[in-house]
Ligand binder design. Sequence first.
Ligand code: ADP
Ligand code: MG
Length: 333
Amino acid sequence: MKLKDIGEFGFIERFKPLFGHLTSEGQLGIGDDCAIIPGDEKEDWLITTDMLMEDVHFLREAISPEELGHKSLAVNLSDIAAMGGHPVGSFLSIAIPQDMDVEYLDAFMNGYHKLSEKYHTPLLGGDTTKSMKHLAINVCVIGKCEKGKAKKRSMAQTGDLICVTGYLGDSAGGLKLLLDKIVVSGKNSSLIHCHHLPEPRLAEGQYLANLEGVHAMMDVSDGIASDLKHILKASAKAAIIHVENIPISPTLKETAWFQKWDALSLATSGGEDYELLIAVDRLQASEIRDKFGQAFGKELYIIGEITNGTVEIVWKNGEAPININLKGFDHFK
Ligand code: ADP
Ligand code: MG
């Protein structure tokens, strides 16, 4: 059997059960955006780690070193946001090709530092080693949240409305512009900006974590077609998504029309949007949406609902089910 037959998540499922009995009371291990380790009587610790590999996650000739430094930390802060936590510190491990310019590395650290300043997250340690060819970056972020208040993927309930905190697909559109070597005009450069400089939704996550009506939360890193399934699996539920309600930016719509791309497929399967995907109590949804709008000056988009069933997404356009094959990103499939 090849890894591509089971994919990234099939591989994780093979070893995850081996460690369940080693996980102590109150800890949350493999399967959510962060692990949870109980702290004192007031707080829980959150831990997350994410790797960025040259030619897999980024092209060195396409992303600037400052942007790469920013993105390496941002994608990890996004997982802290997804639990509703506050970052405490980060660790940076980096494998560097021997012929690399120090100026490149300084610029990388500058981007990393700027985002660290923005979210008051000190770099607390890491590891530096040689790589034969590719630049490889691994970041670990430690965070905290109020005891028992972390929003898990497993808490979605039947009838909950499914919401996202912003546009989906811009980052995938930016990646497509880069891969297809399309000349970028002033306008669609915003798509590349989204791809290279994602903003962790920390304030939004912390705000939403304080609301009882918010049941489950995660960040969108692989596209909702894949990420929503993680919520459904953890909560043993199914979902309906109304594709006409998926927020797609005017820039992506315009670029997709011009380039003959399928904007819906980019918005659902592209990934790296780093918006938050949440399941909200149906009765409180409109109040939460209003409050969110007042707090952040932007919309909380309702795109579907949680239903009874097992780990299936029914895609609808209006009331009519549509038969589309939306998968989301998997490294090996
Ligand atoms: P995210 O996109 O939120 O960072 P992933 O999809 O990368 O999460 O991973 C899903 C879950 O599997 C997470 O809980 C992560 O910690 C865990 N995981 C992924 N790879 C490994 C691994 N090699 N060993 C242990 N846990 C892993
Ligand atoms: Mg995540």
